[in-house]
Write a new protein. Structure first.
Length: 544
């Protein structure tokens, strides 16, 4: 018990330290993480604070968990302007994922040295460190999916309903972290049904059909509740059940505006395979060996990892091939725990699992059967240990890791190269927005003086010391004020170009020519060139 807590707090400290360095040193912030900080701040400190202001484009877990930290931002704005509340959220979640890997290895019964090796290989993988430190949703998602995998692996042997229920609850919360959990829940539901239905052989499947249905219901019910509850709440408040796909702020709209989706399915499939290879190059080597060993040992446990993590990877690949998502390395991050868990299952079970209450279909582990020869085990160890280094090499590629490759400028600051300027621009993405927020704060305007959409403005909203000065889309009177800003006492409108993602900006939709001409409602006060990568040139208009 003490060991797991030492691992948890040690990993949390590591990820917090890296996150604080990235945020407060070079100010390297990830946009999606900062936008969730903005959502949490809107809930507490906008002109119209309410829980629904958290938004329905993305799943709510990451923003909700940040609320206690964001509540402290009036005393230090750095909690939001540098995304520190996100780091405080992601670091413990990723540390929890490390603990789950450690426990999974121990429950398999492998040697103590091997347990620590696989724990370290996972915890120190550069992608795991980065996403444990940057406030993104990958950390809670990985923790919950690995927790579900561990409890499902236990259930294959124990048939303990507590393990099954815990896996289902973890998947339910995983859906509230990332939509990818839908694929995992669907795949696990089928796996549970098949395993229970075949517990007594094909000839007696009629006897096990209803127990199989019951077990499947236990594992999918929490996810179904989360899915329906989130969709119904979104429909009730916004009129759109699936805003991620139908809203002008959603992922589908962003792809249309930015042209980020794949157009050639063949090349997209090759790219997806390369991404999986980058994060789990050992999968093609481990998978067939584990499959043969599992078959000969009559061991169901390795199947869980393949089904659960494989479904998440497959969902990401299919989404990209069909042009419905971006070419981001992080979407395939489930390949990292898949490699580790496959490596763990190369070893035969070493000890019985201590269940809370064994089910009627519990089976005894065949301990120590078909152990790998030492030389083969050593070779496998070398293969697994090299995985973080392969991943680190791919993370320096602008093609395969567009969101991560700027880290190279921090790791090797003295190295030149044609991409160095672009890497520095990525690191400085939100510097201009923080400076603009400081300038607007210095004007000491009254509440409700500036109209701004948060399509790009979320970074300004997180950086300002006076969030109530801004009128933002989550405010219930936003549309009324936007239609007649002068009568509402608005002094300024912040505008971005009416192109790309700027096409979804509410200001541009209401006043299509405002950025260029003022739209007959405002005059240009200030233009703010942007030093950040992919960020717009801001214009501040004074309302007439």
């Amino acid at each position: 018990m003490r060991t797991r807590w030492w691992i948890f707090w040690g990993a949390t400290a590591l990820y917090l330290a890296v996150g604080l360095y990235l945020a407060l040193g070079p100010n390297f912030l990830v946009g999606d993480a900062l936008s969730r900080v903005a959502s949490a701040r809107t809930v507490l400190f906008s002109r119209d604070p309410h829980l629904a202001a958290i938004g329905f484009i993305f799943t709510p877990l990451t923003a909700i968990v940040q609320l206690p930290a964001v509540a402290l931002s009036p005393w230090w704005t750095g909690i939001t302007s540098y995304g520190l509340s996100g780091i405080v959220m992601s670091a413990p979640f990723m540390a929890g994922a490390v603990v789950q890997i450690h426990l999974l290895a121990r429950e398999r019964g492998i040697s103590p040295a091997a347990v620590w090796i696989v724990t370290a290989v996972f915890a120190l993988n550069p992608m795991i460190v980065f996403y444990g430190a940057n406030g993104m949703s990958e950390a809670p998602f990985l923790f919950l999916v690995i927790l579900a995998a561990r409890r499902m692996i236990r259930w294959c042997t124990t048939d303990d309903v507590h393990d099954l229920a815990a896996a289902g609850i973890a998947l339910g919360f995983a859906y509230l972290a990332r939509y990818d959990a839908v694929a995992a829940t669907f795949a696990v539901g089928i796996l549970v049904f098949a395993v229970t239905a075949l517990r007594r052989g094909r000839r007696r499947i009629r006897e096990t059909f209803w127990p199989a249905c019951t077990d499947m219901a236990v594992v999918i019910a929490p996810s179904l509740l989360a899915f329906l509850g989130w969709a119904f709440t979104s429909w009730l408040i916004t009129g759109q059940a699936f805003a991620q796909f139908t809203s002008r702020y959603g992922n589908s709209a962003i792809l249309d505006q930015s042209g980020g989706g794949a157009t050639n399915p063949v090349s997209a499939a090759g790219f997806a395979i390369a991404e999986v290879f980058a994060l789990g190059w050992a999968i093609p080597l481990l998978l067939p060996v584990v499959a043969v060993l599992a078959w000969r040992r009559r061991d169901l446990e390795p199947l869980v990892a393949v089904v659960l993590f494989g479904s998440v990877i497959g969902f990401a690949a299919v989404s990209f091939v069909t042009g419905s998502t971006f070419p981001f390395l992080r979407f395939y991050i489930a390949a990292i725990p898949l490699v580790v868990v496959l490596a763990i299952h190369l070893a035969p079970p070493g000890e019985p699992i201590h269940e809370r209450r064994a089910g009627p279909y519990a089976v005894a582990r065949t301990l120590g059967v078909l152990a790998l020869p030492r030389r083969v085990a050593a070779l496998v160890g070398v293969v697994v240990v090299t995985t973080p280094f392969v991943t680190g090499a791919f993370m320096t590629s602008r093609t395969f890791a567009p969101q991560e490759y700027a880290l190279e400028a921090l790791v090797t600051p003295d190295r030149g190269g044609t991409d160095r300027a672009h890497q520095e621009a990525i690191i400085a993405t939100f510097d201009t927005e923080r400076e603009l927020a400081g300038y607007l704060d210095s004007l000491e305007l009254p509440d409700g003086s500036i109209v701004m959409d948060t399509v790009y403005g979320f970074a300004i909203f997180t950086a300002t010391t006076r969030p109530r000065v801004f009128v933002v889309p989550s405010d219930s009177d936003f549309t009324r004020i936007l239609n007649d800003p002068a009568s509402a006492g608005v002094r300024y409108i912040l505008a971005v170009p009416n192109e790309g993602r700027g096409e979804s900006d509410a200001v541009n939709r209401r006043y299509p020519t405002l950025y260029d001409t003022g739209g007959d409602v405002a005059t240009l006060e200030l233009e703010i060139p942007n030093t950040g990568d992919g960020q717009p040139v801001w214009r501040l208009y004074r309302v007439q």
